[in-house]
Design a binder for this molecule. Structure first.
Ligand SMILES: [Zn+2]
Length: 407
């Protein structure tokens, strides 16, 4: 498969191809005419794209059921359906300290998945190499020929400029600051790559496959080494003007608080991220890892329960403001810390009830994600597999291609 970097025509065709696949995934077996209606593409474009997909073995033709015949009768239409097993997608989730990679078929059934520890903050290019290597291994293990892979989706733990597709914070993701990670990854994988930040792909994961399925207004909160929120409004991801919406980890909690890696002081992340909680326990418990902290808390350790409870209160205070701003139906709490369950969720709920206006807090549901630490990688698969028309949801990589073309 060639990459979309070959030029604007190639990029457009690639995008239209994904739109046809999206229509088939959504509607099952449908006629070429229905594909044209669903995608808004011309019939001749659809015929040509379907021919490509047939040649690649990704779709099959089926005889349509004979429906009620009109006065003139007529043959049942030929229906086109995805051969779900024929195509594949790659999802990559980078945290600050790990890379998780998954390979799925076109119905998002995961065929292989692996997580590798790596310090992404300092080892940017090595982390990209590692993830690409793991993807190649997984494709081989799953028996997927590389030519059958349509696209990759990728989540990165830092703010991504919607116009340029570049990470734009030296402070938050120093090793990849200013790097064109889409180009780097496309070169390594030989695939079109769609990029978003980690909280947004987590939101996409939970809203596509998890706790937020069918919810109109949802906020997904990722409580990991970085804290961020992914917003889904009207069932679609909302990224803001430059792609920085949802940076809740850097709202102010205490102007005299610790210096944050973003350069401000007393951000939420300095009080409620799992590494900050481990640091709080250093004096009483010695060096402690996040899994140890969670296990001790669930086992009744008072100090560990206390830091999680206090983190919940401070997160809840910020979520209360978020509820006043966007009035969500649902807040899904994900990331590493969400494994604490109600120990974390109850103080979040209490703070929202206390600090949000009643009209915003009364009906909002606050729940843990159902996908756990896999929300982001599954969202990355969804990002790879879906194509949308709404400019708010156009994957960042396409925005960046448009940007490149205009120069
Ligand atoms: Zn900060």
């Amino acid at each position: 498969m060639s990459t979309v970097r070959a030029g604007s025509l190639g990029a457009l065709r690639e995008r239209n191809r994904l739109r046809v696949i999206d229509a088939l995934r959504e509607r099952g077996a449908i006629s070429r005419a229905d594909i044209a209606r669903q995608t808004g593409l011309s019939r001749s474009t659809v015929s040509s794209l379907v021919a490509d997909l047939q040649a690649a073995g990704l779709v099959v033709e089926r005889e349509g059921a004979a429906g009620p015949r009109g006065p003139e009768g007529g043959r049942p239409p030929v229906l086109i359906a995805l051969d779900q097993s024929a195509g594949a997608l790659v999802g990559i989730d980078f945290g600050h300290r790990h890379a998780r990679v998954a390979v799925s078929d076109l119905s998002f059934t995961v065929l292989a998945e692996r997580v590798a520890e790596i310090d992404v903050d300092t080892a940017g290019h090595d982390a990209l190499d590692l993830a690409a290597g793991v993807a190649a291994q997984l494709l081989e293990e799953a028996g997927v020929e590389p030519g059958r892979v349509l696209a990759a989706g990728m989540g990165l733990p830092g703010p991504i400029d919607r116009e340029t597709g570049l990470v734009h914070s030296r402070a938050i993701l120093p090793s990849l600051d200013g790097i064109d990670t889409v180009a780097e990854m496309e070169q390594r994988l030989g695939l079109p790559v769609h990029l978003d930040n980690d909280a947004n792909v987590g939101a996409l994961g939970e809203s596509t496959f998890g706790a937020g399925a069918g919810v109109g207004v949802m906020a997904y909160l990722r409580l990991s080494a970085g804290i961020g929120a992914g917003l889904v409004i009207g069932g679609r991801p909302f990224r803001g003007a430059r792609g920085v919406a949802g940076e809740i980890g850097h709202v102010l909690v205490d102007p005299q608080g610790p210096i944050c890696r973003c350069g401000n002081r007393g951000c939420l992340e300095t009080f409620a991220s799992p590494p900050a909680l481990c640091e709080l326990l250093r004096r009483s418990h010695g060096p402690i890892t996040v899994p140890q902290l969670l296990a001790l808390a669930l086992d009744g350790d008072a100090g560990c329960r206390r830091v999680i409870h206090d983190a919940g209160r401070v997160v809840g205070r910020a979520v209360a403001d978020l509820c006043n701003f966007i009035n969500p139906d649902l807040v899904v709490v994900g990331g590493e810390l969400s494994a604490a369950g109600d120990l974390l969720l109850d103080p979040i709920r209490d703070a929202v009830a206390r600090f949000a206006i009643p009209a915003a807090s009364e009906d909002v549901r606050i729940t843990a994600g159902v996908l756990g630490e896999r929300a982001e990688v599954l969202g990355a698969l969804a990002l790879a597999g879906h194509e949308a028309d709404d400019p708010l949801t156009v994957p960042v990589s396409h925005m960046s291609h448009q940007w490149r073309r205009s120069r």
